[in-house]
Design a protein around this ligand. Structure first.
Ligand code: GDP
Ligand code: MG
Length: 599
């Protein structure tokens, strides 16, 4: 194809504004798949993605479109993950395009993720086409949303397209705008330039092995070529080159400006660093494409099998998940209370939830997870610095010089009537206000917040106090010193390492009391008295007691219906499996996470 007739673009939108629906429409209109092949929402192929309506891994589709000028164009849609946890991947996907469709729900308007994504697109020098979607809804207010796009984002919205991805209205105008408004890719002017291609994504395919998605900037990529990955120096021989339509289609070569996949006997997805530059081994470039930066996990938690005999199954399951997700990390961990398990690292909370859900759904594992924790930097008074991923490894406080914790910059958009409680929540979580502005009747609050205060249930709280109307986005800001302490939880005098947490000193009493109070409700009565305590070092800051069980509750069942009795006993057995014994105290699995919830 002539490079002048290639268009590479992404669709950026807040969640639920219609990105996947629009992408599916484009695939349908450009004949990428027959109707029969066109399953609902082809781009979101993983079950969980489909259920939650989020796009986790970026994918791409090459489409052919014959425009009104009579010429055939190749348009590559590079799908981007739609959640803050994956913003590095969004950024890499955008780096592979020249333009973006900015999709805004005409009945909702600009939201936090609209902003975050559009700024990434602007940073990548994109030409941006504003698209107002869901124009079929009676609540759609295109004029108001256009003004909002101009006021808040600062881009011209006078030509914004008005469409309904659902009914198909206005789709041709979208395709024409892609062809006429977006620029073709740029490539080197030299006659025989050195190969440079951006590694946009990679995944594991059961038949093909590791597949890498690349965007060629200069030169061509073809079978038999030896490619070098600049960040690691690893060299791989290309054994297959293809494009996604979205079905994989093998082609002879990928030309400048084109997007496609390669396979090259690469062992692990982890060997493909998203954002890396590929070049030819025999004639390497000395100018890698800008912006390679590995994605690092920022949230850690321990995962332990409820049934300790499932440890190997868990190891295998984690290995399988990591195979396809280079940003997920795990290593073995032992806990005095929970036995053998794994310490796992995630890009953020959603990432953590997705992995936990896949472990239970796809691998049928019953797990106990410890409280999510961020990575603390501890300066010891012997001059060493350690990175603390697990509150259980907290060093002797007398050896600590200072502790630093990660902070984020958060953008929250919320209708005016819910602003009060949102500001209170941010303040409670030690937030520092940077900016508070209005966009029509919506407030936009920008805060600096300790990640530690956000990781657990900030997002849930935000949703509930705003009845679901607040939107939230964040980026990691910097490390700052804080007055942080470790709070231990003791059950009948034994510390439960899985419940240990690191909190700001000003909140230690409150959090300690809250946990003991919750545990009191969560732990069933035993035949003896149970003492619950929260402590900082040797100092007890909160205590609760669970009284002993007085009479045998199962007595009620006797003499009754036999099958009912059997059912109850079975339930009890099931329930027992989900319990962990501490000393002689049974703690239900759900208590671990429940106990740690705030507010
Ligand atoms: P994404 O999260 O941005 O990928 O959003 P989806 O494409 O999954 O769409 C979210 C919801 O909005 C789905 O229930 C869609 O059916 C619906 N939707 C998408 N486009 C339209 C539209 O043009 N009109 C209406 N009424 N609903 C739409
Ligand atoms: Mg989607």
């Amino acid at each position: 194809t002539d490079i002048a007739r290639i268009r590479n673009f992404a669709i950026i939108a807040h969640i639920d504004h219609g990105k996947s629906t629009l992408a599916d429409r484009l695939i349908q209109l450009c004949g990428g798949l027959t109707n029969r092949e066109m399953k609902q929402q082809v781009l979101d192929s993983m079950d969980i993605e489909r259920e939650r309506g989020i796009t986790i891994k970026a994918q791409t589709v090459r489409l052919k479109y014959t425009a009104k000028d009579g010429l055939e164009y190749t348009i590559n849609l590079i799908d981007t993950p739609g959640h803050v946890d994956f913003s590095y991947e969004v950024s890499r996907s955008l780096a592979a395009c020249e333009g973006s469709l900015l999709v805004v729900d005409a009945s909702q308007g600009v939201e936090a993720q609209t902003l975050a994504n559009v700024y990434l697109a602007i940073e990548n020098n994109h030409e941006i086409i504003p698209v107002l979607n869901k124009i079929d809804l009676p609540a759609a207010e295109p004029e108001r949303v256009k003004t909002q796009i101009e006021d808040v984002i600062g881009i011209d919205a006078s030509d914004a397209l008005e469409i309904s991805a659902k009914t198909g209205m206005g789709m041709e105008a979208v395709l024409e705008a892609i062809v006429t408004k977006l620029p073709p890719p740029k490539t080197s002017e030299e006659p025989d330039p050195k190969v440079r291609a951006l590694l946009v994504d990679s995944w594991y395919d059961a038949y093909l092995g590791v597949v890498a998605l690349v965007r060629v900037r200069d030169g061509v990529i073809k079978k038999g070529q030896k490619l070098r990955m600049i960040s690691t120096g690893a060299v791989h021989e290309v054994d297959r080159v293809g494009v996604l339509t979205p079905k994989g289609l093998v082609v002879d070569q990928l030309n400048p400006g084109e997007v496609g996949f390669i396979t090259a006997n690469i062992k692990a997805v982890a060997d493909c660093k998203v954002g890396d530059t590929l070049t030819e081994d025999r004639r390497p470039t000395d100018e890698p494409l800008p912006g390679f930066q590995p994605s690092v996990p920022v949230v850690f938690c321990g995962l332990f099998p409820v049934d300790s005999s499932e440890f190997e199954t868990l190891r295998e399951a984690l290995g399988r998940l990591a195979l396809n997700d280079s940003s997920f990390h795990f290593e073995m961990e032992t806990s005095a209370a929970l036995g053998f398990g794994f310490r796992c690292g995630f890009l953020g909370l959603l990432h953590l939830e997705i992995i936990q859900e896949r472990l239970s759904r796809e691998f049928d594992l019953d797990l106990i997870s410890t409280a999510p924790s961020v990575v603390y930097r501890i300066q010891l008074n012997n001059g060493n610095t350690i990175e603390l991923h697990n509150p259980a490894d907290y060093p002797d406080p007398t050896h600590i010089e200072s502790i630093e914790e990660p902070w984020i910059k958060a953008t929250i958009m919320v209708p005016d009537e819910f602003l009060g409680p949102v500001l209170t929540l941010c303040t409670e979580r030690r937030g520092e206000q940077i900016e508070l502005t209005y966009v029509g009747s919506r407030a936009m609050a920008v805060y600096r917040l300790p990640l530690n205060e956000v990781v657990f249930d900030f997002y849930d709280r935000l949703k509930s106090i705003s009845r679901g109307y607040a939107s939230f986005d964040y980026e990691i800001d910097s490390y700052k010193e804080g007055d942080l302490v470790k709070v231990s939880i003791l059950i009948n005098g034994d510390p439960v390492d899985a419940l240990a947490m690191i909190v700001h000193r000003s909140q230690a009493d409150f959090r300690g009391r809250a946990i003991c109070g919750r545990l009191k409700d969560l732990i069933p009565r035993q035949l003896f008295k149970v003492a619950l305590q929260a402590a900082i070092g040797g100092k007890v800051i909160a205590r609760e007691t669970i009284g002993a069980l007085r009479k045998d509750v199962t007595a009620k069942c006797y003499g009754g219906d036999v099958s009912r009795k059997r059912k109850l006993l079975e339930k009890q057995k099931e329930g027992k499996k989900r319990m962990r014994q501490f000393g002689k105290v049974d703690i239900p699995q759900s208590a671990f996470l429940e106990a740690l919830k705030m507010g």
